[in-house]
Design a protein. Sequence first.
Length: 231
Amino acid sequence: MQEFEAEMQELQQHRMAWVEHLLKNTKDMDAVCDLMPGIVHLSHLQTLQMVYLDRRTRHLLGLGIQDILEKGKEMLLQYAEPECYNQAQEMYREVATLEDLTQVVSCFQAFRVQHPSNYEWYFTSTKRFSKDLIISISTPLRTLGNIHNQVERVLNENLYIRKNLRRFNTLTPREKEIMQRISKGESSNHIAESLFISPHTVSTHRKNIWRKLEINSYAELIKLAEYFNIL
């Protein structure tokens, strides 16, 4: 995975340099960005407000230039996976503090552009474009051939863990113990006898576990138990 990310970083750096050179030597940004196999956007360095989005992506989203200027940041919230959005904001803030203005910072992000209900993984690279702007290029992993299936599987697992780690950490040690026993198929009466507590107390813990983890089925509970190595 690290080797793949390093290769993507190198590829994106070349693309970034090429696009940056063209954009600074032409007024037709759309024509330049049409040549890129992905998403290109510019954001204000201080506010992170999007001020430009490539023509192809605008067309897919049904947006005009004025829409981007008026609600660029809100649009990112709408189309980016929430955990990935937060990670991207950290990346943008990092770029804003870099002394080396040529340095490129990258991360994986999930967007829903072509399919409103499904997220697709992209490799996003960002750097300073000018005194007040940063430029980002997001390349879809599906353009990389068969390897993208393996990479996306790892990314989806990592995203699942990140999204649920905060919830899992809200459980008390006793709740984690009971979660483990429930996941192994133990009944409430058996758990109560083993832990020297009442079945009612077990039931209360069970409800708290469901509520804190925001789950609705045993299948979800078992999946979380497997991911967090308590099964």
